[in-house]
Ligand binder design. Sequence first.
Ligand code: HEM
Length: 371
Amino acid sequence: MKAVSVAVDAFFNEVIDEHESRKGKNDEEDFVGMLFQLQQSGRLDFELSRDNLKGILMCEDTLDHSGSCSFGVLGRKLMRLMSAFCVGDFYPSLSWVDSFTRLIPEMKATFEAVDAFFDHIIAERDSRYGKNDESHVQDFLGILLQLQQSGSLDFELNRDTLKAILMDMIIGGSDTTSTTLEWAFAELLRNPNIMKKVQEEVRRVVGINSGIVDENCVSEMNYLKCVIKETLRLHSPVPLLIARETASIVQLRGYDIPPQTRVFINAWAIHRDPKLWDNPEKFIPERFEISQVDFSGQDFRFIPFGTGRRACPAISFGLASTEYVLANLLYWFNWKIHQNIDIDMNEMSGLTVTKKVPLHLEPELFSTPMP
Ligand code: HEM
């Protein structure tokens, strides 16, 4: 495996060297060329170093220590397993069936793999920077490790708690935003007029500002925000929210619901209810220009981030990162469907609902004169 990793690394070095040797010539013809052109234009607000480039090309950070397994794949597997039908949850005396169907062994193996992944990145961080080097305290893990070492918290941040926080953040934060982006693109490609309108807005706002897509100009992109809200309505990444349990007897429409009953909230059905939404099956971002429906959990018609005490703790961050990435992708590239095949909108169920057939698009670099 190590040999494969080294070979892959050498391959990407060669690709980059080859591109560097012909800088300026046919730069736009492929993905690396586009990245080089962006780098040379000086219009990126981060450094596109060789390591960054390799990371983008092979998603280096998501390979495990053996170089064999993508964390994205592991994360999706975890999401699927967390919402898998578990016979023992409903008929405890039949819980042996879950071992028989291999659900429990698969869950154990997956959690062990995730655990090993986190152990590896923590150990790697420790070995790369040493215990007392503060130069790495620039990201989430660095801050957690510093808090752990300083002992300034009023609870013990041991290795297990640290891994649990990392898991919540990485699993809660990666699939949800990436799925929202994928669905947004699928809808935009199926609705060229909406794509045109949102791209015009993004390019107008960025053009008026410095020519760089930053948080300030994203805050002026009202239609882009409507596109994201409409995506979250039609394709809520967590359509059944996180399962709840009744704490005491509840009476509902004449039924007595006993304590400890598992409750699922079907946000998917609420978001497509014709009594609440006009043309609920249609992708119409304009509906949010007219009505300012709250989505922080106060208005039960629209709950993509859940509601109550278990609501998503990262609404602002989740929205900001989705808006920022979508604005960048729409600004820098024009998009077309690979081989003009119809987009398959089937869903694949799990805790997050992703596209069953991944979206395959072709980007074309959009060039504007420097402001
Ligand atoms: C478009 C982006 C996102 C959407 C649509 C979303 C949606 C949700 C939903 C529906 C829940 C369950 C709420 C409930 O059952 O009431 C949830 C929980 C959670 N989300 Fe998000 N989320 C997003 C982004 C993020 C990000 C970026 C992070 C972290 C960096 C994150 C971390 C979490 C965590 C830790 C929980 C569990 C909270 C708990 O159980 O108490 N989410 N999210």
